[in-house]
Design a protein around this ligand. Structure first.
Ligand code: GTP
Ligand code: MG
Length: 324
């Protein structure tokens, strides 16, 4: 495996090389992961894509949106990569098949790259692999990297923490209820896009959009937002309406953040966050090691027998770890 050669081919924009690189970072094998890290290290560092996170519940229209939005970007001369984060095995075979047909145009574009999510893995592993896949796409010279996630809980945070922009896609609601969107998710959103604003659904979309615009105004003002953001707007991925406006608003937001230092500051804070996450993960992995389990069992028995307090035993275990 010549990692320098692979890195050069990725940097030259070869999609098959990029797919190969992502397969390396996604592999469960330590040697593959090490090779993947070597490839990333050998990529040009001066390339930066706009990273856009996109979240929404199943059926809201994420795939349809990515197809239409992605095609619009490609027509504008941009190179677009699509990655997916799917921590659960929630996605059925049917959805994957659905994706193939819903992203049919984009998947045939030379300027686009679509990578479906690897399945059945825990979130920690997914986060690292997705970050590395993003790095590979940036090194391959993509202008925009779309990171999609099904809104099923923690995965939104993972995506928001690696994106420059975080979009929440919603469907028109029946009544005036906010669709059970958790406050924490709302707080992460830079833009809420109410999809399916077409045909019979248009009036409901208009109401839903107004509800969310109101809800966004009630949130605490974030320093990384200019006036008018975060904002809610209507789109129709199917009718390809509102996409140009959404893109213009995204670009305006990014330009403002760049001009005011928030773009780089956010990336720096994200890098720090992921470093700390990696430390936490590594320490937890150490706790699961056989030696530590043995020590924990022994100390646990002494705690159970009343010979040691829980706190003293924990101190003893951690001191022992540190000494190793
Ligand atoms: N009317 C209307 N229907 C849409 C629109 N966008 C998507 N749909 C329909 O909504 C359904 C779900 O669309 P998808 O794009 O597969 O949704 P998704 O969010 O990717 O779903 P999962 O992959 O299962 O999470 C499909 O039947 C689409 O045709 C839209 O703008 N308007
Ligand atoms: Mg989909």
């Amino acid at each position: 495996m010549d990692t320098t050669d692979l890195a050069q081919r990725i940097a030259a924009g070869e999609r098959r090389a990029l797919a190969r690189g992502i397969t390396l970072v996604e592999s469960a094998r330590a040697d593959h992961q090490a090779q993947g890290a070597e490839v990333i290290a050998a990529l040009p560092r001066n390339r930066q894509a706009l990273r856009i996170g996109l979240s929404g519940t199943p059926g809201v229209g994420k795939s349809t949106f990515i197809e239409a939005f992605g095609m619009m970007l490609v027509r504008a001369g941009l190179r677009v990569a699509v990655l997916a984060v799917d921590p659960s095995s929630a996605r059925s075979g049917g959805s994957i098949l659905g994706d193939k047909t819903r992203m049919d145009g984009l998947s045939r574009e030379a300027a686009a790259f679509i990578r479906p999510s690897p399945s059945r893995t825990h979130l920690g592993g997914v986060a690292r692999r997705t970050r590395e896949a993003v790095a590979l796409c940036e090194g391959a010279g993509f202008d925009v990297v779309l990171i999609e996630t099904v809104g099923v809980g923690q995965s939104e945070t993972v995506v928001a923490q690696m994106a420059d922009l975080f979009l929440l896609l919603l469907a028109p609601a029946g009544g005036d209820e906010l669709q059970g969107v958790k406050r924490g998710i709302m707080e992460m959103a830079d833009m809420i896009l109410v999809n399916k604003a077409d045909g019979d659904l248009k009036p409901a979309a208009t109401r839903t959009c107004a509800d969310y615009a109101g809800a966004l105004r009630l949130l605490r003002k974030r320093e990384q937002d200019p006036d008018g953001y975060p904002r809610a707007m209507m789109v129709s991925a199917m009718a390809e309406e509102g996409l140009e406006t959404a893109w213009a608003d995204m670009q305006a937001l990014v330009e403002w953040r760049r001009a005011n230092g928030f773009f780089d500051a956010t990336r720096a804070a994200q890098a720090r966050y992921w470093f700390e996450e990696e430390v936490r993960e590594a320490l937890l992995a150490q706790l699961r090691s056989a030696d530590t389990r043995t020590a924990m069992d022994a100390l646990g028995s002494r705690v159970a027998a009343g010979e040691l307090t829980p706190a003293a035993a924990a101190q003893a275990l951690i001191a022992g770890q540190a000494g190793q």
